[in-house]
Ligand binder design. Structure first.
Ligand code: PLP
Length: 440
């Protein structure tokens, strides 16, 4: 009997060892980690240089409380991160995960409004669907029914605008009019809500678990930035999944030259070596908050030196192996192979992504975009079929969490062509088995 529980009771094999893109269980079965865990292990498993950096830190100190000491690891990581940010984002607040980072950004936006004499501003706009974390604050800006519905009475409702799912709405994502169309929904919604009541808009540059690697249409991010600036609304970019090289640039927003006011990161920053997250803020926002009495927020493990040493090791490896470039080139190769699978397998209705944040969506009909009946649970069946074949991929419902099936294919950024072949063969066989399974 296990004493553990998570979202369900299902027992999983026990992990024995992980190296590079592979994981072995206690029975000696090997799996290719085609989802980097949950889009976390960007530099691959058990990188010896990161382990050595952590070992060196462990021999010095594994904890230093932030109210008593700074540590060299946290100071250095903050400086290194700010050098990787758009100009002016130079103030770093460490946390231990993505939800904590999002909570921090929501609270900083609110405290900034208070500190600058705008007490009416407290609403945080976000998109539907979206995923920003599972704590109650982060959940309030999340739009994903199975995770949000049970807790609605416990949360402050936050306004939402539709995510730009051009492929479902029959619009051309390459046409700048499409980007403008979706961004203008934000403009209209802020106007309707009262701009003076809105503190921030939070958005994933490339959608993650809720939309399945949704890439914004042309012109969208640029127009969103313009709208936020015009209304005095802070732009928070949730780079928890897209950050640390996942999309082929260090930050996802670099693809569009978007300058955020606040960036939140986690997943690929600690890369599975340590629980680590960060909020990186425009320096102009921080001073008024500190002058007005300080940021009323913080976690015990913030800036943990061991986690920061891991983060520094991860940044070194991303640079040393030029993994952003590899994510870009291997991402293009992966997208081409997924399009190949789409030609062969009727079940695939859409392929999308950027860098090594890629996904495909299963549909009953790729012309009408009709989803498969929800009770078939097709996404989970495909994940199980792949798992049986030694391939790990990640799936979710794609249309507000109640229907639609997408599969995220997001291997570590150290991916090599032979690994890519293995992923595509595993998916090909699993899709054939799923089609047979679903046949009447
Ligand atoms: N934001 C995004 C975009 C995410 O994908 C996630 C997790 O999947 C989170 C926030 C929450 O991160 P965590 O699970 O580390 O709390």
């Amino acid at each position: 009997m296990s004493h553990l529980f998570y979202q369900g009771r299902g027992r999983k094999p026990v992990l024995e060892q992980a190296r590079g893109v592979y994981i072995w269980d206690k029975d000696g079965r090997r799996y290719l980690d085609g989802s980097s865990g949950a889009m976390v292990c960007n530099i691959g498993h058990s990188n010896p240089n990161v382990l050595a950096a952590m070992q060196r830190q462990m021999e010095k100190a594994t904890f230093g409380y932030r109210l008593h000491f700074e540590t060299e690891a946290s100071e250095t990581l903050a400086a290194r991160l700010s050098a990787l940010m758009p100009e002016g984002l130079s103030k770093v607040f460490f946390v231990s995960g993505g939800s904590e980072a999002v909570e921090s950004a929501m609270k900083l936006a609110r405290q900034h409004a208070l500190a600058t004499g705008q007490p009416e501003r407290w609403k945080i706009f976000s998109r539907a669907p979206s995923y920003h974390g599972c704590t109650l604050g982060a959940l309030a800006v999340t739009s994903y029914t199975p995770l949000t519905k049970p807790f609605e009475p416990m949360m402050q409702a936050m306004p939402k605008v539709p995510a730009p799912r051009a492929y479902l709405d029959g619009l051309d994502p390459a046409d700048p009019e499409t980007g403008r169309h979706y961004a203008d929904m934000l403009d209209a919604a802020i106007e309707a809500e009262g701009p003076e009541t809105v503190a921030a808009f939070i958005v994933e540059p490339v959608g993650g678990a809720s939309t399945g690697a949704l890439v914004p249409p042309a012109g969208y991010m640029e127009r969103v930035r313009e709208i936020c600036t015009r209304h005095g609304v802070l732009l928070i970019l949730d780079e928890v999944m897209t950050g640390a090289g996942r999309t082929g640039r260090f930050l996802g927003c670099e693809h569009w030259g978007t300058r955020p006011d606040i960036v939140v990161m986690s997943k690929g920053l600690g890369a599975g070596y340590a629980p680590l997250g960060a909020m990186i803020v425009d320096e102009k926002l921080v001073d008024p908050v500190l002058d007005a009495g300080g940021f009323a927020h913080g976690f015990t493990y913030a800036g943990n030196p061991l986690a920061c040493a891991a983060g520094l090791g991860v940044l070194d490896e991303l640079a040393r192996q030029d993994l952003c470039t590899n994510a870009q080139t291997m991402g293009e190769a992966l997208m081409a192979r997924l399009h190949g699978l789409m030609q062969k397998h009727e079940l695939i209705g859409d392929v999308r992504g950027k860098g090594l944040l890629t996904a495909f969506e299963l549909m009953a009909d790729r012309v009408t975009k009709a989803p498969l009946p929800a009770h078939l649970n097709a996404h989970q069946r495909l994940v199980d079929l792949a798992y049986e074949r030694g391939l790990i991929v990640y799936s979710r419902r794609t249309r507000d969490g109640t229907e639609g099936d997408h599969i995220l294919v997001c291997p570590p950024l150290i991916l090599e062509p032979a690994h890519l072949d293995e992923i595509v063969e595993g998916l090909d066989a699993s899709l054939t088995a799923l089609a047979e399974d679903l046949a009447p």
